[in-house]
Design a protein around this ligand. Structure first.
Ligand SMILES: [Mg+2]
Ligand SMILES: [Zn+2]
Length: 190
């Protein structure tokens, strides 16, 4: 890990936090292509406010459909080109793997957050993560950043309630207000 103060960051899960997720067969699924990609209400303003407060915005997204062969990397890249055009994100980190790959990046593992912190000189102790599934919350806890859980209200089967979140909120605008209202100190969140 890089020494020194570093920039604080907000690690943003993608589906269900930035853009609409679609529940299919009881499971939240990402947009299938760029035409299905829609930002959720208030997301642009929330990102702008976080950016203005000095947070780097890092998208960290599991996209196992690439490994499963039901989505192409090219389509995911098109969706991310659109996302970059709409939101002031600093970087988009993608895990294209599935459980069987045993990679270090698939959330709940913290690899995407730790690698981005290393590469970009981010201060994890003053950073937060926003996600709508237990995998996001656990990755945040393992990376040592504040874990904000967006209650998606998915009517899904077999989705465990996350434990260990610092706070649960309704959406990204509420998460952004919480983040901006904290006292972030060198020693981490109080
Ligand atoms: Mg999600
Ligand atoms: Zn991975």
């Amino acid at each position: 890990m890089r020494a020194g103060p570093g920039r604080p960051a907000v690690f943003l899960d993608r589906d269900g936090v930035l853009n609409e997720a679609f529940v299919r067969y009881g499971v939240p699924t990402p947009p299938g292509d760029v035409s299905e990609f829609r930002l959720l209400p208030g997301v642009q303003d929330a990102c702008a406010a976080l950016k203005k407060s000095g947070f780097a915005l890092i998208v960290v997204t599991n996209q196992p459909d690439i490994a499963r062969g039901t989505q192409t990397r090219a389509e995911v890249d098109r969706i991310h080109d659109r996302l970059r055009g709409l939101l002031p994100v600093d970087e988009i980190c993608v895990c294209p793997h599935d459980d069987a790959d045993d990679c270090s990046c698939r959330k709940p593992r913290p690899g995407m957050l730790l690698d981005a912190a290393d590469r970009l000189g981010l201060d994890l102790a003053r950073s937060a993560s926003v996600g709508d599934r237990w995998r996001d919350v656990e990755a945040a806890n393992r990376a040592g950043v504040a874990a904000i859980y967006v209650k998606s209200g998915y009517n899904v089967t077999f989705e465990p309630e996350p434990t260990g979140a610092h706070v649960a909120v309704a959406d990204l605008p509420e998460a952004a207000a919480w983040i901006r209202g904290q006292e972030w100190t060198a020693g981490g969140m109080r």
